[in-house]
Write a protein that binds this ligand. Structure first.
Ligand code: ATP
Length: 238
């Protein structure tokens, strides 16, 4: 018997005014899985993530999380239910220190857990410990990405939504970010990873989905999609 997925998106539509951006999306994420969503610019990746986290309305379909329908829940309630999104472009609070950014990420958590959770984040991202008293705006792009991830993890999410964590980073840092994503998975964190960097994302994903103009067109184990000829010609420049 297979376990119920922690996230089940079924028949999901989403519109921007008259423009339909998502068409009947079906996605399942099992507990502890790393699932990747790849697709071109404008395919609807960010819209789908925002619909799951509740900042983008959906116009049809259902989103079940941990056995509960959440499609009409506010974004804040979804965070409290355990869904946490790391937005595209990092969006850390530049005028606040690194540590205060992490404190903000813990707003749903009991105060007595803060010190321990902070130490765990500093173990995972040593550079953030080094820079904990600096303003977040002073960090490099890669360090800000790490801070955005650590801030989300401070809420101990049951599902972490990552929107293009490798965007705009140098190759060495991209490798570092993907190494951390794998480390998080090995710690049992369920991750939905959205990436234009299809190769790196599919290489580490348990399951991959390909999205094209608002529809899922392919799915399968990450490495299998990586070997798929259609995926190779469309996304991997082969
Ligand atoms: P990117 O990698 O550029 O973020 P994406 O795959 O995440 O691309 P979305 O940002 O989800 O794609 O966009 C999906 C479609 O919805 C695109 O056609 C886009 O032009 C449209 N869209 C996105 N945001 C809006 C908006 N605020 N108003 C109107 N249309 C939008």
């Amino acid at each position: 018997t297979t376990k119920q997925p922690i996230l089940q998106v079924s028949g999901l539509d989403s519109h921007y005014g008259p423009i339909k951006a998502l068409h009947g999306i079906d996605i399942q994420i099992g507990e502890g899985q790393l699932v990747a969503l790849v697709g071109a610019n404008g395919a609807g990746k960010t819209t789908l993530l925002r619909a799951i986290s509740g900042v983008q309305p959906s116009s049809a379909g259902s989103i079940r999380f941990a056995g509960q329908e959440i499609g009409s829940m506010s974004a804040d309630k979804r965070v409290r239910a355990g869904i946490c999104q790391v937005p595209e472009g990092r969006q850390v609070f530049g005028p606040m220190t690194v540590e205060d950014n992490l404190r903000l990420g813990a707003y749903t958590r009991p105060k007595q857990d803060f010190a321990g959770d902070l130490e765990r984040m500093y173990a995972l991202f040593p550079v953030l410990k080094e820079k904990r008293h600096l303003l977040a705006g002073m960090l490099s792009g890669g360090q800000q990405q790490m801070l955005a991830m650590a801030r989300a993890l401070m809420g101990r999410p049951k599902l972490l939504l990552l929107d293009e964590p490798s965007m705009g980073l140098a190759p060495l840092l991209i490798r570092e970010i993907f190494r951390i994503v794998e480390e998080l998975r090995s710690q049992g964190i369920t991750i939905f990873l959205v990436e234009q960097n299809a190769h790196a994302a599919l290489a580490i994903a348990d399951v991959g989905y390909v999205i094209e103009t608002g529809s899922i067109t392919l799915t399968g184990p990450g490495p299998e999609l990586l070997a798929n000829e259609q995926v190779q010609s469309a996304y991997l420049g082969m």
